[in-house]
Design a protein around this ligand. Structure first.
Ligand SMILES: [Zn+2]
Length: 226
């Protein structure tokens, strides 16, 4: 048991060290206690009673997850692991622009789909994996919020500016461009504007396991039909 906890902490520190992210230059405020909490609560043991788990998610108000306008940003039937979720340390720490961002571990070339319908307002796909710039697709929603899909692989975008995407439509292929130490999708919803530093906001997903305060770090989630 003690060995497994030490191993978990080691893996957590490695993943936090390797994390991320966008074209940012602020310093992280993650602490050792953050890492410990992530390790303990990021092992996939939380299931079902998340609403009473104050360590899961940020302190903000979350909408009702069953009627969320968001679905997981990958095709129905696919399962991926959350490396870092909301308020989980590193660049996703409370008070950071990305406090409500989620990192999904994905091999380079994994298909990403729209979490919510909207209009594509920005596409960057010239970056090369493990180098800058960070390849991004930004979709504006009807309520003025934005979904941002980051670290896409080179020439990995499947949409162009001004095109409309329905929920579940293809967005592009994941990668490791920009400040990404390992291949993953950095997904974030922002309020009012999209350029960094933005203001991210709470959200959850209607087509997977119970997630009233959004997804848990370390746990894998399957995209269910919706
Ligand atoms: Zn991230």
């Amino acid at each position: 048991m003690r060995y497994s906890i030490l191993l978990l902490l080691f893996l957590t520190i490695i993943s936090c060290t390797n994390d991320d992210d966008t074209s940012k230059f602020t310093t992280t405020t993650a602490t050792a206690s953050d890492d410990i909490n992530n390790g303990i609560y990021g092992n996939g043991d939380n299931n079902g009673n998340d609403s009473n788990n104050s360590s899961n998610g940020c302190a903000g108000d979350y909408p009702e997850w069953l009627t969320s306008p968001y679905v997981l940003p990958y095709p129905v039937g696919k399962t991926y692991q959350v490396a870092l979720s909301h308020c989980s340390g590193s660049y996703h720490s409370p008070g950071q622009p990305d406090q409500y961002a989620i990192d999904f571990r994905m091999n380079i070339g994994t298909l990403i789909t729209a979490a919510r319908e909207g209009t594509v307002v920005y596409v960057q796909e010239s970056g090369t994996d493990y180098m800058f710039p960070n390849n991004i697709v930004v979709v504006k929603h009807g309520d003025g919020t934005y979904a941002q899909y980051m670290h896409l692989t080179k020439n990995g975008a499947l949409v162009t500016p001004d095109s409309f995407v329905a929920k579940g439509d293809s967005i592009g292929y994941s990668g490791a461009t920009g400040l990404a130490g390992y291949p993953h999708l950095h997904f974030v919803v922002t309020q009012d504007s999209w350029p960094y530093p933005y203001t991210s906001i709470p959200y959850n997903f209607k087509n997977t396991a119970s997630n009233p305060r959004s997804l848990n770090s370390g746990r894998s989630y399957t995209a269910e039909p919706y």
